[in-house]
Design a protein around this ligand. Structure first.
Ligand SMILES: NC(=O)c1ccc[n+]([C@@H]2O[C@H](COP(=O)([O-])OP(=O)(O)OC[C@H]3O[C@@H](n4cnc5c(N)ncnc54)[C@H](OP(=O)(O)O)[C@@H]3O)[C@@H](O)[C@H]2O)c1
Length: 242
């Protein structure tokens, strides 16, 4: 029996759920975070190594109150997130903008305040950003800004946590088929399943990789295009947006 412990946020659905099941099957004690109690209860029935951690991550007080009995952690995976698009940039929706930044970035600060001190020396912190942060994409003002901020945060933590012997892994997934992407009304090239995503992530975490980018051909292309002068990408993206 593996006596290691992992806490995963956003484990009631999609990528986080696949990760929770993967770590539970490896014998980890898994604290599975989410808001949807029913879906977390169903997840617990799939593997007895999974413990539900019901909390709204944008509410710092509730988050800290829900964290009372947590043990020390080998791995902390901050994966929860949401995506909403700015469909009319001229009539900018600042409530939407604040909602997305709060869920994807500010709440990560709350999680770090509550849980980073629980990570053992030699442990790992993992943050799920997005390959969307490599390139400014149409309608992604809120989502892209939140994930660009998250990637910067992860890289800075990677430097500042070295002396505390905590390794940081930053995940940049391409498209993964989940309830989050089910809402998309545009083509999603190279889309993969949550099980494939979990395989890439677990392998990257095992290797303590600083960046976990997948699928490679997709993220390499995004990175390559990001090296072009912005004026070229702006023309292409504007055409895509018509
Ligand atoms: N799918 C993709 O193609 C893709 C690509 C790049 C990056 N990502 C990133 O991967 C992560 C997981 O996404 P996914 O595709 O697996 O999405 P998903 O299936 O919609 O799952 C999102 C998870 O985040 C949780 N969550 C959202 N807001 C929360 C809040 N305020 N408090 C607590 N939990 C909250 C949800 O919990 P409840 O449902 O219980 O509320 C759910 O468990 C996100 O950070 C996303 O940005 C996804």
């Amino acid at each position: 029996m593996n006596s290691k412990t992992v806490l995963i946020t956003g484990a009631s659905s999609g990528i986080g759920k696949a990760l929770a099941l993967a770590y539970a099957e490896m014998g980890y004690l898994v604290y599975a975070g989410g808001r949807n109690q029913q879906r977390l209860d169903e997840l617990v029935l799939e593997n007895a190594n999974i413990k539900p951690l019901v909390c709204e991550l944008t509410n710092k007080k509730a988050l800290i109150a829900a964290s009372g009995d947590l043990p020390q952690l080998d791995i902390l995976i901050l994966n929860a997130g949401n995506c909403e698009y700015i469909n009319d940039a001229v009539n900018f929706d600042s409530d939407l903008f604040a909602r997305v930044i709060t869920t994807n970035l500010i709440s990560v600060g709350y999680c770090l305040e509550a849980w980073l001190k629980l990570v053992k020396p030699g442990g790992q912190l993992v943050l799920t950003s997005s390959s969307a942060q490599f390139l400014p994409l149409p309608r992604a003002e809120a989502y892209g800004a939140s994930k660009a901020g998250l990637s910067y945060l992860a890289k800075t933590l990677s430097i500042d946590l070295q002396n505390s012997h905590i390794d940081v892994s930053l995940i940049h997934p391409g498209f993964v088929s989940t309830p989050l992407t089910d809402k998309n009304d545009f083509p999603m090239p190279s889309i993969i399943s949550t099980a494939q995503a979990a395989d890439y992530i677990v392998e990257g975490i095992n290797k303590r990789k600083a960046e976990i980018n997948f699928p490679k051909h997709f993220t390499y292309l995004m990175k390559l295009i990001s090296l072009l002068p912005f004026s070229i990408w702006k023309k292409l993206a504007t055409r895509m947006n018509k």
